[in-house]
Design a protein around this ligand. Sequence first.
Ligand SMILES: Cc1cc2nc3c(=O)[nH]c(=O)nc-3n(C[C@H](O)[C@H](O)[C@H](O)COP(=O)(O)OP(=O)(O)OC[C@H]3O[C@@H](n4cnc5c(N)ncnc54)[C@H](O)[C@@H]3O)c2cc1C
Length: 391
Amino acid sequence: MRTTVGIIGGGPAGLLLARLLHRAGIDSVVLESRDRAYAEGRQRAGVLEQGTVDVLRACGAGERMGRQGLVHHGIELRFDRRAHRVDLSSLTGGRTVMIYAQTEVVKDLIALQLADGGPLFFEARALSVEGADTERPVVRFLRGGREQTLECDYVVGCDGFHGIARNAVPEAVRRTYERGYPYSWLGVLADVPPSCEELTYAHSARGFALHSMRSPTVSRLYLQVPTGEDVAAWPDERIWDELDARLAVDGPWRLERGPITAKSVLPMRSWVIEPMRHGRLLLAGDAAHIVPPAGAKGLNLAVGDVVVLARALAALKETGSTAALDAYSTTCLRRVWRAEHFSYLMTTTLHTEPGQSPFATRLQLAQLDRIASSTAAATELAQNYAGLPFG
Ligand SMILES: Cc1cc2nc3c(=O)[nH]c(=O)nc-3n(C[C@H](O)[C@H](O)[C@H](O)COP(=O)(O)OP(=O)(O)OC[C@H]3O[C@@H](n4cnc5c(N)ncnc54)[C@H](O)[C@@H]3O)c2cc1C
């Protein structure tokens, strides 16, 4: 099999890249190791930056999002039993975020790809990328119990943190940067209308909590828990009691409880590989970088990467110039490191480390108080949260 761009991974990065390339008249093949139901059901992100929303709309994937997504103009911070709203729109010249689950973005992109895009193969697991530094890189993959090859002009590794594409970048060439965190998130979905109008991030002596939502009838809630925590240690009542305690404020607010339909524990890490290109292999999304989820940046970074890449490949097709492609890694990494820093700050300001000193807690509260009382500090948060321009 032969194509111009071989895409490994049918998550948001791979699917959106295929869509953008299709619209630029560039053919591609997407290899996705899982089946369609699994790819469409994987619960993950839910906050789309304005730039991500604009890109999805422009490529024809905005219709259902426009009907079902929830536009948010602000977020709330809770600390010291008080609530402070950060007005994203007024601090960023009118930018907003959209609450629309990653599962739905993936469903919309899969439907478009199958309707009029290039081949998208489910249950096609890439095994290796060969000849990344030659003119004709090849992806070896397993499909229907048979090993096959995909010859490409370019290969893009959109295969997430556990993917294989980056193995083709020689150790001598690549460098990785990593930071772990001594806590995880317990994430739950509950069939109950959200108790907050906007995403609510809570700092508390008992640990971090986040009240989020998927729709007007489904809440998405997170609790900081110890790393390696067993979900079984968290019966529903304990989850609701803990959310109640961590989100508590002085005043009339009340947390509505309802049936919990899903629970999972998510480890937290910051991780970047450099460069994001080796020869004719390019890396995009979680295959190249991971952020802890408190900044809501992972999916949005993946979108930023493939927008830059699709433009570069379109420029190559139109003008024959590889200049934008040659700058791909540098262009993306600048935005990636900004988001890494923001995600790190959100994480370390809002979570309580095991054995954290009272001094460290006072610093966190001083930082939150600064955001609540200084337009400059709030603007910095708002600009990063609502999203910086794609490269
Ligand atoms: C709980 C949680 C909450 C989050 N919240 C947010 C948020 O609010 N906002 C935000 O922006 N981000 C958020 N994120 C991060 C976001 O979900 C990821 O950054 C995003 O999924 C990255 O997309 P991707 O396409 O790069 O990778 P993935 O979604 O991981 O997709 C990779 C795809 O490659 C496939 N694959 C892997 N190996 C192979 C192989 N060998 N061959 C073929 N296919 C392969 C996988 O099956 C998968 O479909 C959150 C993440 C989690 C876990």
